[in-house]
Write a protein that binds this ligand. Structure first.
Ligand code: SAM
Ligand code: F21
Length: 266
């Protein structure tokens, strides 16, 4: 284990600013919904399409490295009874808590995302209904460390039916072996035969979140597929998106995004 590298990552996250991170990635102009050619609609479409297959359902889904965002949970709402958010930082867990339980004052406004997902899911669901449904199902907001063999400690009594994760493992792993170990660690949280939906960065080496400059292990498509295969997954779907120059504004050096739908061997 690259203990020094993991410790350096943990130190770098101590200055992570959730609001700056949200500003950099989830607010206009970067967060553009006007066309499916943009990154955010692409991500939401990948998740909506995966859940629309009906293959991914059960009682509990765990989001690995939730951060201060909830967009990655919107299409899971109709397929799970319980949604568990997790993050390493208390400041991020507090952002999620504020959105779920707060009176909307000060919490981040996810309504454009909720409205977009209701539109592309095509069920005619009022966005306020989806918002309330997610808030009701998001029952746990837990500390996590993907570099620990038991990332959630001894909190959960049984493995989850599914996992979802967005921009986490590559953003917290100092190198490829650490990424592979982290994937193996979080896989212990998933039941055999369970599904894992992951969105992540391609060929990214850094990103900014306020004062924090975070290192990212650059991943290529082949690296992602190899990691999942080595962790005992069957890859059902892999899609990638190339970042247009207009979306490269200096807050990171991401070149593209990947979406992978993989199933843990039974
Ligand atoms: C790039 S952010 C991703 C946030 C969100 N999922 C998204 O889609 O934007 C990476 C997240 O990983 C969290 N993190 C940092 N170290 C971690 C660790 N050792 N284990 C799990 N999560 C960690 C950070 O606090 C941060 O919220
Ligand atoms: O949804 S994104 O693809 C996105 C969203 C979040 C992140 C990245 C990219 C890349 N850096 C990650 C650091 F880990 C965080 N997006 C990038 C283009 S503009 C809107 C936001």
């Amino acid at each position: 284990m690259n203990a020094n590298g993991v410790a350096a990552v943990a130190k770098s996250y101590q200055t992570f600013n959730p609001r700056a991170y949200l500003q950099n990635n989830y607010m206009p102009p970067r967060a553009n919904f006007t066309s499916e050619e943009f990154a955010v609609p692409w991500k939401l479409r990948c998740l909506a399409d995966a859940f629309a297959t009906g293959e991914i359902h059960g009682h509990t889904i765990i989001d690995i490295g939730t951060g201060p965002t909830i967009y990655q949970l919107l299409s899971a709402c109709d397929y799970f009874e319980e949604i568990v958010a997790t993050d390493y930082l208390e400041v991020n867990r507090a952002e999620i808590y504020s959105w779920v339980h707060g009176n909307d004052s000060g919490a981040f406004d996810w309504s454009p995302y909720i409205q977009h997902v209701c539109r592309i899911e095509g069920k005619g669901e009022p966005w306020k209904e989806k918002e309330q449904k997610l808030k009701k199902k998001l029952t746990k907001i837990l500390p996590i460390d993907v570099h620990q063999p038991k990332p959630l400690g001894f909190v959960l009594s049984q493995p989850a039916d599914a996992l979802v994760s967005a921009f986490c493992l590559e953003a917290v792993s100092p190198d490829r072996p650490s990424f592979d170990r982290a994937l193996r660690n979080v896989t212990t949280l998933l039941k055999p035969g369970g599904h894992f939906l992951m969105i992540g960065a391609l060929e990214e080496s850094f990103y900014l979140a306020g004062e924090a400059k975070l290192s990212v292990v650059p991943m290529r498509e082949a690296d992602v597929k190899e990691s999942f295969s080595k962790s005992g997954y069957c890859v059902h779907n892999f899609r990638s998106y190339s970042m247009p120059p207009s979306l490269k504004i200096g807050v990171d050096d991401v070149q593209g995004i990947f979406f992978i739908h993989a199933q843990k061997s039974a």
